[in-house]
Each structure stands twice: as C-alpha cells, then as structure tokens.
Design a protein around this ligand. Sequence first.
Ligand code: UDP
Length: 422
Amino acid sequence: MASFVKIAVSPQNFGRYKTLTPKAYKLARTAAKKLRGKKVLHINSTAAGGGVAELLKSQVPLEQSLGIKSRWFTINPPAYFFKITKKMHNLLQGKLSDSLSAKEKSAYLGTVKKMLPDFRKLIDSFKPNLVIIHDPQPLPLIEALTAKKPSSILRIHIELSAPNPTAMEFLRPLIQKFNTVIFTNKIYKPLWLAAKKAKFVMPAIDPFSQKNKKMPLTEAESILALYNINIDKPVVSQISRFDPWKNPMGVINAYYIAKKSIPDLQLVLVGVMEAADDPEAKGLFKKVKKHAEGDPDIFLFSKKSDLLGVPNAIFINALQTANDLVIQKSIREGFGLTVTEAMWKGKAVVGGKTEGIMLQIKNNKNGVLVSSPEEAAEKLIKLIKDRKLRGRLGKVARKTVKKKFLMSRLVLDHLKLYTLSI
Ligand code: UDP
C-alpha cells in the first residue's frame, strides 16, 4: 500500500477576490510575485471530513492560481493508527483522565517511520522548497526533514490552550524539530516553544464554494422539505462531527429545555462526513440517537445515505441558509469553521464559550456565547422569539467574516510566512 495519496484539487482563480476583498487581493498578488515557481508540499491525514480538508481544498488551488506549485498529499495508514491519533487529539485538546500507552506511542511512531522511505522518495521527486505538515497524525515525518532544505512548517489546527501535559511532552521533541509552527490562536503556543518559531494564522472559508455561495432561500427550503423538516416552524441546527468536544448531547439537552417554551421547535444535528481519521464518531452517535429517541422534531443525519442523494456541501448550505438559528455548543474548539460558515450566511450563532469560537463571536455583537446547556436554552428561546435581534446579530456576523475570515486573507497570511521560510 502506498504511504501517500495525491489529492487532486479543482482549479480556482484568485482573481475572484478582486472585488470581494480588494486589499487582501492586492497584497497577496504582490507577495506572490516573489514566490512564483516555488514548490509547497502540504501533508495531512484525510481528504474529506473535518476542517483541515475543507481548508486545503481551497488553499491549495488558490496558491496554484498565484503561481506557486502547491501539492497536497494525505498519509495512508492502517485504521488502528487513527484510533491512536484520535486519542492523542483528545489528550491535546485537554482530556486529562487518559494517556497514551507505551504500545500506542510506539505504534504511532512506528507507523509513520514506515512511511519515511516513501516520503523521502516524494521529496526527491517533487523537490519542494517548503513542507507543511498539518496536525499531529503525520507529524513524525519531520524525521526525514532534518537537513536545512526543504524548510518545514507544522500547522497545528487543534485547540491547545490546556493540553494533557503527558501527550505534549511526548510530542515536544518532534515539534521542536520544525522550523516554524503555525497556531490558530496566540494562547495555543506552548511556553517551551521559542517565540521566533511560532506564527499565528486564523482559518477561513471559501465564499465561492458550493457550501458557502449564496443559495436562494426558496431552493434551500425545498431541500429541507425533502427530509420533512418543516420550515414554517422554527429550526435550529448544529453541524459537527459526532465528537464529545462538539457536545451534541449538550445541544439536545438545551433543545429539550427550550422546547418547553417553544413547543414547535425543531432541531437538526448533522455529522455525515465520517472522516477516516475520526473513528470515535459511531459510538457517540449511538448515544445521541438514544437521547433523541421519541422526539419527532429532532432530525439526525449521520451518513451519506441520510442525505437522499443531495451532495453534502449543498445540504449544508441549504440548512445554514434556511434554518433560523445555528448552534455550535463546543466545549473545546480550535476555531470552528461551522461557526464561520453560518455567520457568512448572516445567521446568529449560539456558540460555546471556547477559545476558537471567541476568535469569531463577540458576545451580543455578532452572535452569543454560552457556557452550559441551560444558558444555551435561554439564548435559543430569546433569539427564536426575537427575529429582529437575530437579524441584527447576523448582519454584523457576515461583516465580521468578510473582514477577517475569507480565504484571501488566509492565503495572504501564508504567503507572508512562505516568504520568511523559503
Ligand atoms: N462538515 C460537513 N458535513 C458534516 C459535518 C461537518 O461538511 O456533516 C464540515 C463543516 O461544514 C466544516 C467542517 O466540516 O466545514 C468542520 O470544520 P470545523 O472547524 O467546524 O470542525 P472540525 O471538524 O475541524 O473539528
């Protein structure tokens, strides 16, 4: 089995940002001039499902459009590897009551070690100027990059504000081998990492993608009608992998409380991507299903077939467009692209008070922040009952995304870093 899979991306034209974000467009064009023909190799663990794949799908072709020879490969490990890395992900996001066993550590390192010969071949044939490793799964590939060239960047997308110290200590020697480490948030930087190595880039969304481009409300409503979601009654949704940090059980609890005040409230929970690197989702979904049992106003989407042939991106767009309110009740969140996506559609978002969501939502200005199911229920009731307030928050939310969280800004941030690294 090949250790790496090349991911083909659909071409995109950076010129599309000329009128939408003129400043970022101009600056990126200028920065790209010096980088023409340079080669950047992105490596992550999955081509679909979750935020990293979502970002790379747009970032890689936009870099190409600017004259950089960017390529995207995923690693291709056996399934047990992702069980270990999901555990590691949970530890890094702050799970304290667990640890990696010696066997798990050696399986993790051993699996990536087996990829090193293929990785060296890839480097020899593509000859990148810069390699960007995304997240901890492929992180030990750094062992093959100890020479001065190519330059190496680790891009950590996860929430690292209070990691389990044992997991962090385990990864520390590997992380320190990178030339640069990009975090989403300043407070995610571990104290031991030299300040000059740390850089900060916030994620962004692609406003032209099927998921985010403007969908007429009537079209969105007709898509929801396929699943018998009644658009004449209030609809709240959370779109997220079934993951404990996304707290779907808390969302259902909040919904049950709110339902007492708004009896016709409907809740839609979506987590259909089944990302290959997230084997934990199935177990949690069983619990979610049980908790939702007997309530005909809770709609669950956990697998592709539940979408009745509608492509995932179109379904998500329809739901974020036609629902009344979006909830993202995460307990830990590195950033939360689902929040950005909903804000871009002018929706008020009830977000869990987490570091990543606080980068986007300023409480009561462009959304609201909550810390418990009870508080979430209180805000759901308030916002469902007050259409004007929802509209006001949503309008500011869209402006926030235009200003700070579109792909042109993310590409510009990366080009600046590439200039420093290459
Ligand atoms: N997503 C999707 N379908 C789903 C669930 C999630 O397309 O059923 C997408 C979602 O729209 C977003 C990404 O997956 O673009 C999730 O990114 P986020 O940063 O919110 O969370 P992560 O999964 O990376 O923790």
